[in-house]
Design a protein around this ligand. Structure first.
Ligand SMILES: Cc1ncc(C[n+]2csc(CCOP(=O)(O)OP(=O)(O)O)c2C)c(N)n1
Ligand SMILES: [Mg+2]
Length: 788
């Protein structure tokens, strides 16, 4: 349906303004702001120009408040310019683009203040985020929590080279399995990446691939000027020429201008009478305007394409564009980091009737009256409800979560038991838990939970094995009420799903408490997506199990060494590695609370768990012990006044540490055994306390680890031991200046029994004893553990 001319004119004027403001933002950052050394903007100007029309069409006309958008990273100046016109972004932040506390280089949910739905930056992730956000909306709807809220469309503005990222394809497959709806991906088909021009015919690969996954594909190739020209005599020949022109050539001609186009057209098709006249009727300037009038730069073409969609099937729009359109370096293959010179900007400014000093004025140089434009913006459907960030109440969480205690257990088993107890009850907390696992549901002990709570699917699908009465431990029934999302093996999908589930309170106004399980080594496979989820402040819990070399017979490929350091270093994620299940139950309860705390007070939770069955302590969980466990450590054996040696252990090595303490205790009576449940929390607390003391001189706040180590004499030594990289605990010696020997794993392991591997890597009881002996004076330790 044709767009009314008056509306089209307004929208086109606004799109021109958006291009100007976004370019001016970049120009200002580079040429006007003081002290901009090192701030030179790369990859924004050309890349933004590509999307100015498409994004203006969306934000000023097509989007509804419930729609959510992931904007291609380098189009952030366009996004900020649109929000500026809406009145949601300040001039100061734009002037300070890419500067400290200014508008962010890439749209950021947490750092930008102008209503970013999904952060982007690492290409490919924001795209997949929209797909999973749509699945989460379906989940919320199927559970009856949408109330009257209309369904939103999840929209990604995608760079064509961004489509190289494999995680997009992984997501597509998952979307197909889960009957994806309400998702639009708009590919900015400018046929340029950062370095070069993309391969010929890429659009055809995209088209067949998307169709293959059940998407509709809409190709928006020609703008209205082109369509009008094609209708003229000779127009068909022109269309054929455009269709066959190689990407590189088209880009080069866009850069060179109208005269170059004319020459090429004449050489190729110029002797064909009608088409020659078609070309001759146009000046160089008009010819360039015609040839760069690809669909993505044509307001009417884009609005028509978007408004023609009257269904909820996923749609991929392939919009042809010219990278840097309208700017002096349009189409140049090196334009990714292209910047306009002061002289070029000056020329463009006067061409647009913008007076010097009035560059930031919203409607400067436009022919429409400001009141008309203001009214149009105020009435834009997207803007109807103001800011669109939602909130949801906090779910109550008990101090610790019950489980069925056994004398011997592993933390992985304990994790399953805690969830199983939750599944048996009818708490609101349990109703908001959503689990997901990349094809390791059963092997990470989620089976009990899934048996009780069922798998999620939009349509019922009963477990055929059960119907046929074939004995099976697991009940694999799917229903819209199910609370477990079964994923394929792709760990990237797991973490992007966590990112989407973990933002449901802000996106859908419905709080979910997502819990993911996977094998610990495969954290690294999904790490960028995990980092992305944390970066945009999604809230979730990851149970990673089995871990370390303790999974011994599983072999070197599955042994994780670096993950304790990832757990410590990853911002937005607190990590724990408990040894005993009573600790885990306290940590999980704490975790569900932490996931619901606002801002920097809260975050996501990573539990590094183990399959090793170990003897469980029979003890009363006091409030004090509970606080110590969540703060990161407690004395399992308290050091006395003459303590010479402390053994500090983490996780599954508890039995080795306890055993070694016993042997050492035969010759050194005063020995401390420090149980570390979270190196991350301890370290973070220590750093924060030092910062506090620096900031507020006179304040004597001591962190948890400082308090724990305070009674030790200076010459007391520490031996730390972890099934992971030794650096995770190696810093403990610096807290109060104690000598420390850090034991851990530094090389890929090999298959073997636990005793084989602990001995091989020097983290068994004897290695701990040896280290303790070497760190202390006094008589040698009399006994060692016998080889088994
Ligand atoms: C994961 C990741 N790798 C590399 C980059 C660096 N990078 C930023 S933009 C870009 C090229 C993007 O090309 P395209 O998606 O076609 O966007 P265009 O600039 O053409 O609009 C690259 C390689 C990145 N941001 N993220
Ligand atoms: Mg591109």
């Amino acid at each position: 349906m044709a767009v009314e001319p008056a509306r089209l004119e307004l929208l086109s004027a606004l799109a021109r303004k958006v291009l100007w403001l976004s370019s001016w933002t970049i120009h200002h950052a580079n040429h006007i702001r003081e002290n901009t050394d090192g701030l030179k903007v790369g990859g924004h100007q050309a890349s933004s120009a590509s999307l100015a029309t498409i994004m203006s069409a969306l934000y000023f006309s097509v989007l509804r408040p419930q729609d959510r958008v992931a904007v291609k990273p380098h189009a952030s100046p366009v996004f900020h310019a649109i929000q500026y016109l809406f009145g949601h972004q300040t001039k100061e932040k734009l002037e300070n683009f890419r500067g400290f506390k200014g508008a962010q280089s890439y749209p950021s949910r947490t750092k930008d203040t102008d209503d970013v739905d999904f952060s982007t930056g690492s290409v490919g992730l924001g795209v997949a985020q929209t797909l999973f956000a749509s699945l989460v909306q379906d989940y919320v709807k199927a559970h009856g929590w949408m109330q009257d809220r209309p369904e939103g469309r999840m929209i990604a503005l995608v760079g064509d080279a961004e489509m190289d990222e494999g995680n997009i394809f992984e997501a597509l497959l998952e979307g197909w399995k889960q009957s994806l709806r309400n998702t639009w991906w708009v590919v900015d088909y400018n046929r340029q990446s950062l370095d070069a021009v993309v391969r010929e015919g890429l659009w055809a690969k995209f088209e067949s691939m998307f169709r293959n996954f059940g998407w509709d594909v809409v190709i928006v190739k020609y703008g209205s000027l082109m369509r009008q020209a094609f209708a003229e005599p000779g127009g068909e020949a022109l269309r054929r020429w455009i269709d066959h022109c190689p990407n590189q050539m088209y880009a080069a001609l866009c850069f060179q201008g109208g005269a170059a186009f004319r020459k090429h057209l004449q050489d190729d098709i110029g002797d064909q009478g009608e088409v020659s006249r078609l070309i001759d009727r146009r000046s160089d300037e008009e010819l360039l305007a015609l040839m760069s009038n690809l669909g993505g730069h044509d307001m009417a073409a884009m609005i028509e394409a978007f408004e023609a969609i009257d269904h909820d099937r996923p749609v991929c729009f392939i919009a042809y564009t010219v990278k840097g359109v309208g700017l002096p370096f349009q189409g140049h293959k090196d334009n990714h980091a292209g910047l306009m010179t002061v002289a070029q900007m000056e020329k463009w400014r006067s061409h647009q009737n913008i007076r010097p000093g009035h560059e930031w004025e919203k409607f400067e140089g436009l022919s429409q009256s400001p009141s008309e434009l203001e009214a149009f913006l105020a009435n834009a459907p997207f803007n109807r409800e103001g800011r669109r960030r939602l909130t949801a109440p906090v779910m109550d969480v008990p101090e610790r979560l019950p489980f069925n205690q056994a004398a011997q257990m592993s933390t992985q088993q304990g994790f399953g038991l805690v969830l199983n107890e939750l599944a048996r009850g009818d708490s609101e907390l349990a109703s908001r838990i959503v689990t997901a696992s990349p094809d390791v549901t059963v092997s990470t002990n989620l089976g009990g939970w899934v048996n009780r709570r069922g798998l999620f699917a939009k349509a019922e699908n009963a477990d055929l094995f059960r119907q046929e009465k074939i004995p099976s431990t697991f009940n694999w029934d799917f229903s819209p009420k199910g609370q477990h999302i079964e994923l394929g093996i792709a760990e990237m999908n797991l973490f992007i799903l966590m990112s989407a589930l973990g933002l449901s309170h802000a996106i859908n106004g419905v709080r979910l408490l997502p819990v993911a399980t996977l094998y610990d080594p495969f954290i690294e496979r999904g790490l960028d997506a995990l980092n992305y989820a944390c970066y945009q402040d999604a809230r979730f819990m990851v149970a990673a199990t089995p871990s370390g070399i303790t999974l011994a017979p599983e072999g070197g490929a599955h042994q994780s060494i670096a993950t304790p350091l990832i757990g410590m270093a990853q911002d937005g994620l607190i990590s724990f590695e408990p040894a005993f299940v009573d600790e885990l139950s306290v940590i999980m309860a704490f975790g569900f609370r932490h996931m619901q705390r606002e801002g920097a007070e809260g975050g996501s939770v990573y539990l590094r768990l183990s399959t090793r069955t170990i003897e469980q302590p029979q003890r009363i969980m006091t409030g004090e012990l509970q606080r110590d466990i969540t703060a990161g450590a407690y004395w399992l054996r308290k050091p006395g006044p003459n303590c010479e040696i402390v053994i500090a252990y983490t996780g599954a090595l508890a039995p080795e540490a306890i055993e070694a303490t016993g042997f050492i205790g035969e010759s050194r009576r005063d020995i401390g055994l420090l149980a570390i449940t979270s190196a991350d929390r301890l370290h973070a607390g220590w750093t924060a306390a030092r910062q506090l003391r620096r900031d507020r001189r006179g304040v004597q706040h001591l962190s948890h680890i400082e308090q724990l180590l305070a009674p030790l004499a200076r010459d007391c030594a520490i031996v730390s031991v972890i099934d992971g990289h030794p650096a995770a605990l190696g810093w403990l010696g610096s807290v109060r200046g104690h000598r420390l020997e850090a034991l851990g794993v530094e090389h890929f392991g090999q298959t073997g029994t636990i005793p084989d591997l602990y001995r091989h890597h020097g983290i068994d009881a004897n290695a701990i004893i040896d280290a303790a002996e070497a760190s202390t004076v006094g008589a040698p330790v009399r006994h060692r553990k016998m080889a088994v």
